[in-house]
Design a protein around this ligand. Sequence first.
Ligand code: HEM
Length: 411
Amino acid sequence: MAPAAPPLTPDFAANPYPYYASLREAGPVQFHETLLRGCYVLNRHEDMVAVLKNPHLFSSKLMAAGTTMPKELGEDALRYFLEPKSLLASEPPLHTQLRTLVSRAFTPRRVAELEPHIREISRELIEAMLAKEEFDLIADLAMPLPVIVIAEMLGVEPERRLDFKRWSDDVLLASAMQGTGKDLPRLRQSILDLHAYLESAIEQRRHTPRNDLISALVEASQSAEDGFLTPLDLMAFTRLLLIAGNETTTNLIGNGMLGLLRNPSEWERLAANPSLMPNAVEEMLRYDSPAQALIRLVTDDTEIAGHPIPRGARVLLLLGASNRDPRRFPEPDRLDVTREVQSHLSFGHGIHFCLGAPLARIEAKVVFEELFRRVRRVAFAPGQESNIPWSAAFLIRGPKSLRLTAERHQP
Ligand code: HEM
């Protein structure tokens, strides 16, 4: 039987790993009665890989943001999520067609060309942050960096970045909400404002293309089969690129820093050998994944690890648990920046493998390289260590703020 506690408590948000370990002891597949109105919960690496390799049997339909949004947002707001084609929620052949439209912009080579600019932005943010005696790593660095980078890639004017961040947060909040709330009018307004902005940006690029991602998408839609991408599809695509990489990359930086703060020997190893950074970023992803879970819908009667699973069931893949699976990773609860991390599932697996993974990897690598270049040591600000505010969303994990102090290298 599954351990009873529903994992939506403050203790769970602060540290979900003991719960995952208890699930593992109870067996590879557990039925959880309340989560997602009843779902099968997986905790083993191999079972999740098997599910993610079979997108027709385990459909991504439920990953469309609109499926979890409250009806009270109104039909005019929800249609932006429910009507369009969705990369994240589709299956081949549609998925292949959609992914081809953007994959060129996100190859490791294309993204590597952005590295010098990402470094420049990181340096500016870090200098401003370190000018303060006590700073918030999240608000001062981990949050603005991915927003600035993706907004620039899309071609969003700098003065609209804050709006973009707010809209992005509100869409995520709306899709994580169950039922109603006092925030509903604001969330609804953000959805309408975001789409009004996207609609006019897309229209503008149709007449005057620029060297940015929105123009590339508009161009691809024009050269694709007639009517393949409607204006609503284009908006949904742009919105996905905007939102998918914001909070996740913020949390990679936040969770990674927390891992180093709590494991000072790993900080020292990186300080002594900064060329370990790309490997350290992989280990940070494994050790404390920003994306903790994925949801799939079963399209036919099947079985997982010998357990029958009926058609129509929901399956919850606990990526955070797979990354600590001792059958896959020896001593999984140890952060080890020299570990040869192979196939953690933090970016997913199979056809939906994160499109932005090369970008997220570079952003995190550059941020930590630039931090190590300037700072000898960081420490929790007084009172912070035992009092970290965690994001309440279950699928995404990261500190909402991380107040720190730093000791700079001697000039
Ligand atoms: C897909 C995680 C950053 C764009 C995914 C998936 C995961 C993930 C787990 C698979 C979803 C599924 O199988 O249902 C992360 C993490 C990130 C990150 C942990 C940062 C550390 C980014 C960035 C972008 C991005 C920076 C773009 C700018 C996407 C897109 C997909 C995706 C478009 C859908 C791909 C598809 O369905 O084919 N991401 N992501 N992600 N991610 Fe990321």
